[in-house]
Design a protein around this ligand. Structure first.
Ligand code: GLY
Length: 375
């Protein structure tokens, strides 16, 4: 694959999008046009992260300016609308503020990110040893009520901001809760065979494990492809910050499940446990998250193992570009099509998702050796 050609494609499309989007936060596309959310839901920072990547890949200040244009939204949300935040504080403030601090040393970004990390640490439940994922969004609904005791696999990718905060502040509590959450995930959310529950509910009073349950997957016992992808990176980064081999082994175990279940074009169906694949979509966002995560995993390995995961990441990225890239569709604002946001809710189907686009760009920037890693 021609990495320089792909880099130009990412830079060009992000540049023209930036001129249109200004300070808005894109989420998913409808008919090739990005939709926006005032606060960015859980995904607002993937757009800023994409612009930070483009800045690193090009050294052009204009990307840095776009990456910072929406800063006021992240600040207002954290300091005035904190009730709208949940465990995805990690995503939101890693790629908006930690990234800025790591690349440019911006002090304001560092302070915001540290405040965000503190809020995330506050979601740790000592009874049960997990970070509470979601807030209760409907007092009358049982699933939502259970959110008080719910941990989800996606949260593994929110741990790096805690490890970063531990290093910046010297407060080891950040690290303690991140490691405890990773251990709880490995014990209860990852099944014996390496597949995972999307979420797991714990008893609020005792912290005892209760049951696994899905929200975005096919069924409670199924293996949701994007959840599996979040785990690969989540455990790889936990190894990066802890150097404890058990997390590296867990990253390999969940990665192997992901790779064993890919379709012939190296892209997964949206869930790995569908009784029939007919009329079901693939999810390119899961593929791009996995590709960037496999490169992180590979970076901690040596010899054949290193090659193995690197090769898979390369093949996935190549297929994403060749079969799902919008390089020949100038009108489409996404980088990749055929992402699947929330199949059970029939939301964001067959579209571009800003996080799918971000991880694709991260994967390419990594192959080029063009980026500091923000996680
Ligand atoms: N973190 C939510 C998702 O992957 O859709």
């Amino acid at each position: 694959m021609d990495l320089m050609e792909i880099k130009e494609f990412i830079l060009e499309k992000t540049k023209s999008n930036g001129e249109i989007f200004q300070d808005q936060l894109p989420t998913s596309t409808k008919e090739g046009q990005y939709q926006f959310d005032e606060w960015g839901t859980w995904v607002g920072s993937f757009w800023t992260g994409l612009n930070f990547l483009c800045y690193e890949m090009s050294k052009k200040e204009s990307y840095l300016e776009v990456a910072r244009k929406s800063r006021h939204r992240f600040k207002r949300r954290l300091y005035e609308r904190a009730e709208t935040l949940d465990h995805d504080i990690g995503f939101l403030y890693s790629l908006s503020c930690v990234a800025d601090y790591k690349i440019t040393g911006n002090e304001e970004a560092k302070e915001i990110a540290l405040d965000a990390a503190k809020l995330l640490k506050g979601r740790f439940r000592e009874k049960g040893q997990y970070i509470q994922a979601w807030n209760v969004w409907d007092e009358t609904d049982e699933f939502s009520q259970n959110n008080k005791g719910r941990a989800i696999v996606d949260c593994m990718y929110n741990l790096p901001i805690l490890f970063w905060a531990a290093e910046e502040t010297g407060d080891d509590n950040y690290r303690r809760v991140a490691l405890a959450h990773a251990d709880t995930t490995a014990k209860y959310l990852v099944r014996e065979d390496g597949t995972a529950y999307h979420s797991f509910v714990f008893d609020l009073e005792t912290g005892e494990p209760k049951f696994g349950q899905t929200h975005q997957g096919y069924s409670d016992e199924s293996c949701w492809a994007r959840g599996q992808a979040w785990l690969i990176g989540g455990f790889a980064y936990t190894f990066k910050y802890s150097k404890d081999e058990k997390y590296l082994n867990m990253a390999k175990k969940v990665a192997d499940v992901f790779l064993d279940n890919l379709e012939e074009d190296f892209i997964p169906m949206w869930d790995f446990s569908l009784p029939s694949k007919e009329n079901h979509p693939r999810d390119t966002s899961a593929a791009s998250i996995a590709a960037a995560s496999l490169l992180e995993l590979s970076s901690h390995l040596s010899g054949e193992e290193k090659e193995h995961y690197y090769k898979w990441a390369y093949q996935i990225l190549e297929s994403l570009y060749n079969h799902y890239g919008t390089q020949n569709d100038a009108e489409n604002q996404g980088l990749l099509v055929h992402a699947c946001g929330h199949y059970p809710a029939k939301k964001d189907l067959n579209c571009s998702l800003i996080y799918g686009d971000y991880y694709f760009a991260e994967g390419i920037a990594r192959l080029l050796g063009d980026t500091e890693i923000y996680w």
